[in-house]
Design a protein around this ligand. Structure first.
Ligand code: FDA
Length: 512
């Protein structure tokens, strides 16, 4: 990088005095004048809403370290020069908090921190934060057909954001969240120290498993406990439109999905379909999308007993190894090589806005008809309903910061996507999803109306500045963390009292 803005120069000078990081500074520091800057900025950016956003929200520098000492140096030099830091692992933050900021900042992008070491004998793995879920699943699948890890469905999601915000997927009912299965971690704190679980202490280790990593430091790597799966699992997707009885099935699902055997996970993906070229009638379709930890012979009787209304037949089901099921849920065609899990080209890049809810009481059937009516007004909308229960009921709300446990029937993610970039377009679709969210108020969890941190939503509230108070931040904080918010603030106040690691929804530090 042959750039020489004053910030760049000062930063390099500072880096050179820290940890001998100078040797590589030309390879790892990129400014807006660098030819690679735009590519680096956008490469892992999942939400396209901000691709053409004003450059004032873009970083002064992007740092792509190869070595821990370079991250330590970057943290200390940012502090030294009054710059904010945004840490990026997979870049999937829904509101772009890992790569956008209104105050001068740098990005520490962990794209070169991707190593994964699986130890099957010990049933554990160490992996760096920049690794993707696809890379993790691939590494496990290469070693064993009977081991797995309970995390999300999209292979390009980064481990750093995902684990630190909770992380759930098809193994949720059997084994809980990704964060429930983390047993150690390395973090660089505001003073540039590298701390493992023992050195950071149990309070900070508690906080980074669901409290969001960005408030506490740079999490370098995680040690996880692998879980056991049978050599053969079964998957199915049964889709029904409103005309085919979707409304009654979705309504019924609410009464059984969280109570099913914990080997059985059935989520629902609802979307508007049809309406192309005036040939198809626009309608709403519900897809019952399932993983069963066992064979078809065990699944069919279980479904006949618990959810006969769906009419599942053996012919709807496919048996495979768990690792192949990760391709199935990611949407790859049957027979794709496992290597597609390593592809970082993001399949689902789009302009989008999402919101989430937890449901504790079944929603009346008529309310679903009201949702369908609203779905038919939009272009491309989804509602994903993920059942809880099973293992999630056994884990206490305070075990880790993620509090959505017993009493929650399911989680809803509402998602609207659009193709045309621009503020006017964005506003139109964002208004629509806010309207849907308002409509759902009486049927969602209350006091607080809770939400999932990894489906980040700045509509819930945001910090005004570095001095945001506990009360001000509680507006959004209790929605994500309920009673755990207070404890997160206590941990934050100890580890980062001057609130260096901050963003619009970071945990505030207590001021005297
Ligand atoms: P990104 O790099 O944007 O980071 C997200 C946040 O974590 C930012 O605040 C960032 O600063 C911070 N952070 C990242 N790395 C850090 C580190 N090493 N140290 C400290 N802070 C760090 N969720 C789910 O539970 N189940 C699912 O199936 C899916 N599926 C899914 C699909 C798609 C297409 C998207 C876009 C998102 C999901 N998610 C999901 C949500 C996902 O879990 C969430 O967006 C994660 O925060 C993404 O983590 P990344 O590292 O990719 O994001």
């Amino acid at each position: 990088c042959a750039d020489s803005s004053p910030i760049h120069e000062n930063f390099i000078k500072c880096m050179s005095t820290q940890f001998n990081a100078y040797t590589r500074s030309f390879e790892i520091i990129f400014t807006p004048r660098s030819s690679l800057y735009s590519h680096l900025l956008q490469s892992s950016q999942q939400n396209l809403r901000w691709v053409n956003s004003t450059t004032s929200n873009n970083p002064l520098l992007i740092i792509t370290p190869f070595h821990e000492s370079e991250i330590q140096a970057a943290v200390l030099c940012s502090k030294n020069q009054g710059l904010q830091v945004r840490v990026r692992s997979g870049g999937h933050d829904y509101e772009g908090l890992s790569y956008l900021s209104q105050t001068p900042f740098i990005i520490i992008d962990l794209m070169n921190f991707r190593s994964i070491e699986v130890d099957i004998a010990d049933e554990t793995a160490w992996l760096q934060s920049g690794a993707t879920l696809g890379e993790l699943y691939y590494a496990i699948g290469k070693e064993s057909r009977v081991h797995a890890f309970p995390a999300g469905l999209c292979p390009t999601v980064g481990v750093g954001g995902h684990f630190s915000g909770g992380g759930f997927g098809t193994l949720l009912r059997k084994y809980g969240l990704a964060a429930d299965n983390v047993i150690d971690a390395f973090l660089i704190d505001v003073n540039g120290r590298i701390l493992d679980r023992e050195a950071m202490g149990e309070e900070l280790f508690w906080a980074i498993r669901g409290g969001g990593g960005a408030s506490f430091g740079v999490i370098l790597s995680w040690k996880i406990k692998l879980v056991k799966v049978p050599p053969t699992v079964t998957v199915f997707t049964v889709s029904k439109t409103i005309e085919q009885g979707a409304t009654k099935l979705v309504h019924r699902w609410q009464y059984i999905a969280d109570k099913l055997h914990e080997d059985l996970f059935i989520r629902i993906i609802i979307q508007n379909v049809g309406g192309d070229a005036g040939t198809n009638l626009k309608t709403v379709q519900a897809s019952f999308n399932s993983l069963f930890l066992g064979g078809i012979d065990r699944l069919i009787p279980l479904m006949k007993k618990s959810f006969p209304e769906l009419g599942l037949k053996a012919g709807d089901c496919t048996q495979m190894a768990w690792i192949e099921s990760t391709l199935y849920f990611a949407g790859f065609p049957r027979g794709s090589p496992l290597e597609v899990l390593l592809d970082k080209t993001q399949l689902y890049k789009a302009n989008f806005k999402a919101k989430s809810d937890y449901v504790t009481e079944p929603i009346p059937e008529g309310v679903f008809r009201g949702i369908w009516k609203r779905f038919l007004e939009e272009e491309l909308v989804f509602m994903i309903m993920d059942p809880y229960g099973g293992r999630m009921n056994d884990i206490l709300e305070s075990e880790i910061p993620f509090p959505h446990r017993k009493g929650n029937l399911y989680n809803i993610q509402y998602l609207v996507k659009w193709e045309v970039n621009g503020v006017g377009e964005s506003n139109k679709h964002v208004r629509w999803i806010r309207m849907l969210h308002r409509y759902m108020t009486p049927y969602a969890s209350k006091s607080p109306r809770s939400a999932y941190l990894n489906y980040r939503d700045l509509d819930l509230g945001s910090n005004k500045d570095i001095n945001t108070s506990y009360l001000e931040a509680s507006v959004w904080g209790v929605k994500y963390f309920k009673g755990n918010f207070k404890r997160l603030v206590q941990v934050k106040s100890k580890i980062d009292p001057h609130n260096f690691f901050r963003n619009e929804q970071s945990i505030p530090s207590l001021h005297e």
